[in-house]
Design a protein around this ligand. Structure first.
Ligand code: ADP
Ligand code: ADP
Ligand code: MG
Length: 663
């Protein structure tokens, strides 16, 4: 096979940069990484043959500065630029600048990106190409009163969308006319902050919707093929969480209609490279040929492309590179087929129990399961910084049928171990194991309606607690005197905090290498022949003296010692509180804290205001996402410690209420 280019530059970071580098090297292509300040030692820098520092940590000063990236390509002699996803991948001005510099952009033409870049114009274009679109208003008028009338005409519920939107940002569902004005304002603000464009469109909200998208691919010889569909209906905040291919319940007839519409859409704009046509489908009953509508086209490689790779055996990045070099599509439509079923789960540093609040921190420990393809851009010791998307990895499984692939996903997630930051790992596992997900009949509302169950912490069992207690108390297992007391065995009372609730147990040390963990209402667990080697424990347990192993990490935190433990495929985090700092666990109901470092965009209250429980006090923006801060109870505002527009640190006190009067 020919080598399409001799050297390419990857204008991205994280897992996708690593992903592109891997395929490039397999094709014998040399790679150039670019990086910001905080990414100087990132994995993508390490994997690439060369690396160029392009600026400070904020993306706006590094990964989004096209000029510096083009300069880096020139300086290193790269012939082409792969943009990954996000950042400059859908920026037509960048594409033109790349081409003007005599370089190749590995992606579609600037004209195709422009045609699909704004959701309103794209919908008009698709309508003309005979592709069904969601009913709505996508015109130029933006007066709030006019848009409210349009919403009423379309019929509630409606969805307000920033026309420049992406990644689920700038979108608000409105159920009733009374909520329209405020939702509009908020969507416009988010659109402005994230994309520099407050312009919105209004859409009918499809009830029981399923998100089904089609992977398309075009070459510069006028050919377009599709690589089947992906179902991305498992979403939170309109962002994908678990994706799969093929879509459950898809009939040959509906597949033919959908993929046909997708290919028509791509052909209508003379599309080249990898692209995705996203449809919203009526999921209230079986899929129908007249029950899906175009939502938008993403003119880039999608985050969830690996599930398509798994079922087709195609390396989509290789295709991107070959097509950009002018080669024809490697396979014709009739040479493509679906093999088995695949899932992808997006592992994020975020706290599902706190409204999926993005988290930051150093990944003190990170290991993946051998059952899965794990696409990541970080390794143990790396930090999840507040500057970029907090994705840690994508966990991808593939098997002959849906249930086998789903069970592999559950196991792979259980065997994934992350220490150092909050993650959605347990949430993902619960989701992958959820009966409604297992039977394949769900819509985009599943996470919302089952949220309470999905974030409910499963309580760690006695085996977990036993290892956690030894690690948290830092018991010296070799101490001959450890278990020997004049009055008998040594007993340690241990109170852990688990998911914000105390969890009490006691550990009895019988002899140097033997302990029993007791917990009210549970069978005690005894461990013998305990040995500890750094972060690993080995022991025997039960009458059969069967072997057990555990990986344990302990981190010292302000609030105490945080123990993360993985045994028998299940991991848990437990905090051994530092009781000298007792206030840390008192419910701080009198103070509203900044949940993260960011900017206060709206401040709703002033000193002396009476507030209701649940009333919004302020809106913070971090990572281009808005979070409303609400009052924990009814009361009077005693102090306000911030101003609108102010940057605040995570954990800072923003608003304090007057103490509650004794009843
Ligand atoms: P879609 O545009 O349909 O949401 P993807 O899920 O592939 O498709 O992601 C869209 C874009 O949004 C990507 O470029 C990705 O970098 C970005 N993105 C996805 N999730 C997040 C997130 N949690 N925070 C910030 N950006 C995100
Ligand atoms: P983004 O560019 O942020 O990906 P999309 O237009 O693709 O924006 O919409 C994101 C998600 O919002 C979809 O995957 C879908 O779950 C939901 N959504 C979008 N439009 C509608 C609609 N008209 N009715 C119901 N849900 C919708
Ligand atoms: Mg989308």
């Amino acid at each position: 096979m020919t080598r399409p280019f001799s050297k390419i530059l990857i204008a991205n970071r994280g897992e996708i940069a690593c992903r592109v580098i891997r395929t490039s090297h397999r094709l014998g292509i040399a790679t150039v990484a670019v990086h910001s300040e905080v990414d100087a030692r990132a994995l993508h820098v390490e994997l690439a043959d060369e690396a160029i520092h392009i600026g400070p940590s904020p993306a706006a000063e590094s990964y989004l500065v096209g000029e510096r990236i083009i300069d880096a390509a020139r300086a290193t002699g790269a012939e082409a630029i792969h943009p990954g996803y996000g950042f400059l991948s859908e920026n037509p001005d960048f594409v033109e600048a790349v081409e003007a510099a005599g370089l190749t952009f590995i992606g579609p033409s600037a004209q195709a990106i422009r045609a699909m870049g704004l959701k309103d114009a794209a919908k008009d274009l698709m309508k003309k190409a005979g592709v069904p679109v969601v009913e709505g208003y996508q015109g130029d008028r933006q007066e709030p009163e006019f848009l409210a009338e349009e919403a009423a005409r379309i019929g509630y519920p409606v969805l307000i969308k920033a026309r420049a939107g992406g990644g689920g940002k700038g979108m608000r569902k409105v159920d009733a006319p009374g909520d329209f004005a405020e939702a509009l304002q908020s969507a416009r603000r988010e659109g402005q902050a994230a994309f520099g464009d407050p312009h919105v469109l209004i859409e009918k909200f499809i009830t029981a919707p399923r998100h089904i998208e089609v992977q398309v691919f075009g070459d510069s010889h006028g050919r377009v093929v599709h690589l089947f569909e992906r179902d991305c209906s498992l979403q939170r905040r309109h962002q994908k969480v678990i994706e799969e291919a093929p879509a459950p319940g898809m009939s040959d007839e509906v597949r033919a209609a959908m993929t046909g519409a997708a290919v028509r859409a791509a052909e209508a704009i003379g599309y080249t490279g990898a692209g995705t046509i996203e449809f919203i489908a009526d999921g209230s009953a079986a899929l129908r040929t007249d029950g899906f509508w175009f939502m938008e086209m993403n003119t880039r490689l999608q985050v969830e492309h690996p599930v398509t790779e798994a079922i087709t055996g195609v390396d989509l990045v290789e295709w991107q590179i070959r097509v950009a070099a002018g080669e024809p599509l490697p396979l014709a439509q009739d040479a493509l087929s679906i093999g088995g079923h695949a899932f992808e789960a997006r592992l994020y540093a975020e706290d599902p129990a706190k409204g999926f609040l993005p988290a930051t921190g150093v990944l003190e420990h990170l290991t993946f399961s051998d059952r899965a393809r794990n696409d990541t851009g970080v390794t143990g010791g790396d930090a999840i910084s507040p500057f970029y998307d907090p994705m840690i990895a994508k966990v991808i499984t593939h098997a002959p049928d849906r249930d086998a692939a789903r069970r592999a996903l559950v196991s792979a997630l259980q065997e994934t171990h992350v220490v150092g930051t909050a993650t959605n790992l347990r949430f993902l596992t619960a989701l992958a194991d959820h009966p409604r997900f297992a039977d394949g009949r769900f819509d985009t509302g599943l996470i919302g309606t089952e949220l309470e169950d999905l974030v409910a912490g499963e309580s760690p069992g006695a085996l977990h607690l036993a290892f956690a207690a030894i690690a948290a108390l830092d018991l010296d297992l070799t101490d001959r005197h450890l278990g020997w007391r004049l009055w008998g065995d040594a007993v340690h009372d241990v109170i852990f905090m688990h998911d914000g609730a105390p969890l009490e147990c006691w550990l009895v040390v019988h002899a140097p290498r033997s302990v029993t963990l007791h917990r009210e209402g549970e069978e005690p667990v005894t461990l013998f022949d305990l040995v500890r080697e750094n972060g690993r424990f080995k022991a025997r347990t039960g009458a059969a003296r069967q072997r057990v192993e555990a990986t344990v990490r302990v981190a010292n935190r302000q609030e105490g010692r945080l123990v993360s433990i993985l045994t028998q495929g299940v991991s848990h985090e437990l905090l051994l509180p530092d009781l000298r700092k007792g206030t840390a666990f008192v419910d701080a109901s009198d103070s509203v804290l900044a949940p993260m470092t960011g900017v206060v965009v709206v401040l709703d209250v002033g000193v002396g205001d009476a507030v209701e429980g649940g009333q919004r006090l302020a809106v913070m923006e971090a990572m281009k996402m808005e979070t409303a801060l609400i009052s924990p109870r009814a009361g009077t505002v005693a102090e306000v410690h911030c101003t609108a527009g102010a940057s605040v640190e995570g954990g800072a006190v923003l608003v304090t209420l007057e103490p509650e009067e004794a009843a």
